[in-house]
Design a protein around this ligand. Structure first.
Ligand code: GTR
Length: 432
């Protein structure tokens, strides 16, 4: 997104007139924002290898059997909430196929993922592009989008989203709905042709299909509509949980599509959707490569480092993103039993790419780097190499092996540069 963080926060407060937190709350937070390395108080990160009884684990088997489930549980209890499984009545309807999309290089499928037997709400619309001339099932990159499937490309065949969307002049979302003019307005984040030409498919869905992104969104999203089906109360999970859950349902569909190599699915997400992707991948090991693009606070960045966005700020601006208990750590991130390097450790031994942008101070690029760095001990249990450096690399110079990191020149965004690095990484990991 091109707007500054402050402006986008401002817009967020504007489009929800009934929001209880006033603009003054944002102003009051200014003093809570730090961009000075010298002012960061010392902090100690929890050790992912230390068991509750003080012993340290030394093998991948101990990690998988003993420590990993405990760490995952700590994130569920304190940060993201419970994550329910697949609903019994889940089913898919391929509603449209174009076998000559994007000027003839791709097949476009539009698939409705129904969460219940009834062919009505609640559902998620998945847009899938596949390289047309593939000789075998293809690897697929997947992730949620911010404004509706039609915004990711100018392809006129994409169905317009019918869900609630935030009003946005630049994206042409009006009266909380998509308009024809919204087509392709977020295409900069989705270089579909490039992905297809590299031999990958692309699957995406609008995150608002799962839960509209505002504090009361749970009332119309899956946390309410799927409540009895999933046997979970609305407040036992979070908006982040709802979005992560949708990513796993998208994976459920991909597993049924014979054109897709479901063993080679790359999960990705930008910013808040990067946070959702990380939470999805921590829970669901079917995602074989995990990519965090500028996910920041509550995503890849360390919470204990006082730089840019903080737990308190994120919980105040977006009270619905995480569970209520997370607010207990607003003034004391040190007391959180986990930190985000442990979330990244939950990806092990799968290849993990963490990316920052140098103008994206709000997301704390260094905190993202250090988080990836501190996931190395868990990867080492599997004999996997991490970043291989101790200092942040210069801009546009990726480092690392199974854990990779780059800091791109520029703003908070997901650009062609980022995608090219991710595809290079996937090629290497998949031996392409
Ligand atoms: C910001 C929020 C960030 C990030 C971002 C985005 O306003 O503070 O944590 O998620 O939104 O999603 O673009």
């Amino acid at each position: 997104m091109k707007y500054s963080r402050a402006f986008r926060l401002y817009k967020f407060f504007l489009f929800i007139p009934f929001i209880s937190i006033s603009m003054f709350a944002v102003k009051a937070q200014d003093s809570l924002i730090n961009y000075d390395e010298a002012k960061i108080p010392p902090y100690t990160l929890p050790d992912p290898l230390r068991l509750a009884d003080g012993k340290r684990i030394t093998s991948s088997t101990e990690w998988i059997r003993q420590q990993r489930p405990k760490m995952l549980q700590l994130f569920a209890d304190n940060v993201y909430g419970k994550l329910p499984g697949k609903p019994k009545e889940l089913h898919f309807v391929v509603s449209a196929i174009d076998s000559s999309a994007l000027g003839g290089i791709a097949i476009r499928k539009q698939v409705t993922v129904f969460f219940t037997r009834a062919s009505a709400e609640p559902k998620m619309e998945v847009l899938l592009y596949l390289p047309k001339y593939a000789k075998a099932p293809v690897p697929v990159c997947m992730g949620l989008n911010f404004y509706g499937n039609q915004t990711i490309s100018n392809d006129a065949g994409i169905k317009l989203s019918t869900q609630w969307a935030p009003n946005d002049e630049e994206k042409h979302l009006e009266n909380n709905r998509a308009t024809e003019a919204s087509r392709g307005t977020d295409a900069g984040k989705w270089p579909v042709e490039e992905i297809i030409k590299r031999g990958y498919g692309l699957a995406t869905a609008y995150y608002g299909d799962l839960e509209p992104d505002y504090p009361e969104g749970w009332k119309t999203g899956i946390r309410s509509t799927m409540k009895s089906m999933l046997d979970i109360n609305e407040q036992e999970w979070s908006a982040m949980g709802a979005w992560a859950w949708g990513l796993s349902r998208m994976m459920d569909y991909l597993e049924t599509d014979t054109s897709v190599n479901a063993k080679q699915v790359v999960i990705t997400g930008h910013s808040r959707l990067g946070k959702a992707a990380l939470w999805a991948a921590a829970n669901d090991i079917r995602f074989s490569i995990v990519i965090s693009n500028n996910s920041g606070e509550g995503g890849a960045a360390l919470s204990r480092r006082w730089f840019g966005e903080t737990i308190k700020i994120i919980n105040t601006s977006f009270p619905h993103w995480f569970v209520a208990k997370y607010k207990q750590y607003n003034d004391n991130p040190q007391s959180l039993p986990v930190d985000q390097h442990i979330l990244l450790s939950l990806m092990a031994p799968r290849p993990l790419y963490v990316a920052s942008a140098d103008d994206d101070k709000w997301a704390d690029p260094k905190g993202e780097f250090l988080s990836a760095k501190n996931a190395e001990p868990v990867y080492a249990l599997f004999g996997k190499k991490g970043l291989g450096v101790n200092e942040m690399p210069p801009v546009n110079q990726p480092v690392g092996e199974t854990i990779k990191y780059h800091i791109r020149k520029g703003q908070h965004d997901m650009t062609l540069y980022d995608w090219q690095r991710y595809l290079d990484f996937a090629d290497k990991q998949f031996g392409k």
